[in-house]
Design a protein around this ligand. Structure first.
Ligand code: ADP
Ligand code: MG
Length: 437
C-alpha cells in the first residue's frame, strides 16, 4: 500500500517536493480506520495535513476500497489517540478529510469583540443547519477568521451528524468545476455533486463578480439547496450589495439569512490568540513578549501568526530563548515602514485639500459638485491606503459618512487610476508630498 501511495505522489509531485515531504515519511501502523504516518517535524505534519491528506484517503480507497484516514505523527512524539469515528458505510470518501482543514475548529478559535457575533451564529448553524440563519454570510477583511469559522461549522456538523455531506469550496473552485463540467459535458454530475450536500460552504464569493455564467449556476444551486432546507454559508470581503457586478437576485437571496461582519481583533484578543498559538506549538514565550508582538501587529490574524513563526524561527536559528528584545529583532524587517504610522487622516485631508485648492470643510462636507467629489474620493482612497484606519473610522473623519461611501470611493479611485493617467499623476504627486512630511 505504501509503495502504491509513493508511486502516486511520485507521479504528481516535483522531485524536490517528493524528496522533501514523501521520502522523509514512513507508515508505522495500519488499522481498520486509520493509517499512522510518521513525519520528521511539525512543518511536515502541517504540509501533509493541508496538502497530501486528501490524496492519501483517495489513494487508499483506490487501492483497497477502504476508507482509512491518515493520522500524522511527529517522530519521537507520543502515539496519537486513534480516531473514534465509525467508518462510513455508504462507500464514499469521507468529506472530513477531503475538504476541511483539521486545524480550523471551534476549539482553536479565540472569541473576541470583533468576531463574537460571527462565532455565535456559526455555532447555531452547525447545530441547527438549514433552519435559522440560511444563508449565513460572513464578511470582513482578509486574515480575520472567515475561512476558519466556515471550516469550524463543517467540523462541528460532522461531529454531530457523521453522515452529513459537507462541501467546502472557494468561489474559484466552484467556478472552475462549473466551467469544466461544461467542457467535459458532465453538467449533470456537477449538479448532483453540489445539490446533494447538507452543508455548502463557499468562500470568498467576491470573486463571483464578472462571472455571469457561474452566477447563474450558483443561483440555481442556491435555490435547490435552500428549497431542501440545506444550510448554505458564504463569505466575502464585503457585503453582497457592495460586490460589483453581483446579480441583484443573488444579492437579495443572500439577504434572506443573516449577514455578520468580522472586524479586526483588539489588543486583548490578539494576545489571547498568540498565547493559544504559542501553547499549541509548545513555545515558551513570556507574557510581555506576547503583548509586545500583539501590540506591533494589529492588521490581521494571519500576519500575527506569521510574526510568531518568524520569532520562533529567529530563536531557533540563534539558539536563544524568546524574549521581547529577540522578538523586536526578528520583527524589525517586517514591521511596516512603507505605511507611515504617524500619517493621520487629517494630514491626508489637509494635503489633498491644498492640492485641489479646497478647504477642509469642503472636502469633508456633503457638496456633490465634481470639483469636490473627486478630491474627496481621493482623500478617502489615500486614507484607506496609507493609514491603518478602518472604513467606518474613515467615514467618521469625513463628516460622518457611511463606511460604504468610503468603500465606494476607494473602489472608484482604484479603478480610475488604471485608466486615467492624469489622475494617477495627481495622486502620485500627493503621495510624494505625504511621504516627505
Ligand atoms: P480570512 O478567511 O478571513 O481571510 P482565515 O480564516 O484564513 O481568515 O484566518 C487567517 C488565520 O488566522 C488562520 O490561520 C486562522 O486559523 C487564524 N485565525 C483567525 N481568526 C482566529 C481566531 N479568532 N482565533 C484563532 N485563530 C484565528
Ligand atoms: Mg479566507
Amino acid at each position: 500500500l505504501w509503495q502504491y501511495l509513493q508511486e502516486k505522489f511520485r507521479e504528481t509531485l516535483s522531485k524536490v517536493s517528493y524528496d522533501t515531504w514523501i521520502d522523509s515519511a514512513a507508515p508505522i501502523r495500519l488499522t481498520e480506520t486509520n493509517i499512522i504516518i510518521e513525519v520528521p517535524s511539525s512543518l511536515h505534519k502541517d504540509y501533509w495535513q493541508n496538502n497530501l491528506a486528501t490524496r492519501v484517503v483517495e489513494g487508499i480507497y483506490e487501492f483497497s476500497g477502504r476508507e482509512i484516514s491518515p493520522i500524522f505523527m511527529i517522530k519521537n512524539e507520543e502515539m496519537p489517540a486513534l480516531s473514534q469515528d465509525s467508518p462510513k458505510k455508504d462507500g464514499k470518501i469521507p468529506f472530513k478529510q477531503a475538504q476541511l482543514n483539521t486545524k480550523y475548529t471551534f476549539d482553536t478559535f479565540v472569541i473576541g469583540k470583533g468576531n463574537q457575533m460571527a462565532h455565535a451564529a456559526a455555532l447555531v448553524v452547525a447545530e441547527e443547519p438549514g433552519t435559522i440563519y440560511n444563508p449565513l454570510f460572513f464578511y470582513g477583511g482578509v486574515g480575520l477568521g472567515k475561512t476558519h469559522l466556515m471550516h469550524a461549522i463543517g467540523h462541528q456538523m460532522l461531529q454531530l451528524r457523521p453522515n452529513a455531506k459537507v462541501k467546502y469550496v472557494s468561489s474559484e473552485t466552484f467556478a472552475n468545476d462549473f466551467i469544466n463540467s461544461i467542457q467535459n459535458r458532465t453538467q449533470e454530475q456537477f449538479r448532483n455533486e453540489y445539490r446533494s450536500v447538507d452543508l455548502l460552504l463557499v468562500d470568498d464569493i467576491q470573486f463571483f463578480a464578472d462571472k455571469e455564467g457561474t452566477q447563474e449556476e450558483f443561483f440555481h444551486t442556491f435555490n435547490a439547496l435552500y428549497d431542501e432546507r440545506k444550510q448554505i454559508v458564504l463569505t466575502s470581503d464585503r457585503l453582497p450589495n457592495e460586490i460589483p457586478k453581483l446579480q441583484e437576485r443573488l444579492v437579495s437571496r443572500f439577504a434572506w439569512g443573516l449577514s455578520v461582519d468580522i472586524t479586526p481583533p483588539d489588543l486583548e484578543t490578539r494576545i489571547a490568540i498568540l498565547r493559544n498559538k504559542a501553547n499549541s506549538e509548545r513555545l515558551e514565550i513570556p507574557d510581555d513578549t506576547l503583548s509586545y508582538i500583539a501590540g506591533q501587529i494589529d492588521s490581521n490574524i494571519r500576519e500575527l501568526e506569521g510574526a510568531l513563526v518568524r520569532v520562533q524561527a529567529f530563536s531557533a536559528i540563534q539558539g536563544k530563548d524568546i524574549t521581547t528584545s529577540l522578538a523586536a529583532d526578528a520583527l524589525k524587517s517586517i514591521l511596516p515602514t512603507d505605511k507611515p504610522k504617524a500619517l493621520s487622516i487629517y494630514t491626508i485631508q489637509q494635503t489633498v485639500a491644498k492640492f485641489y485648492h479646497l478647504t477642509i470643510e469642503e472636502l469633508k462636507g456633503k457638496k456633490r459638485t465634481k470639483g469636490i467629489v473627486v478630491p474627496r474620493q481621493i482623500a478617502m482612497f489615500l486614507s484607506r491606503e496609507l493609514t491603518d484606519s478602518s472604513l467606518p473610522k474613515i467615514g467618521t473623519e469625513f463628516g460622518g459618512k457611511d463606511h460604504t461611501t468610503v468603500l465606494h470611493a476607494y473602489d472608484k479611485i482604484s479603478k480610475t487610476i488604471g485608466k486615467d493617467v492624469t489622475l494617477k499623476q495627481e495622486i502620485d504627486t500627493i503621495k510624494e508630498t505625504l511621504k516627505n512630511m
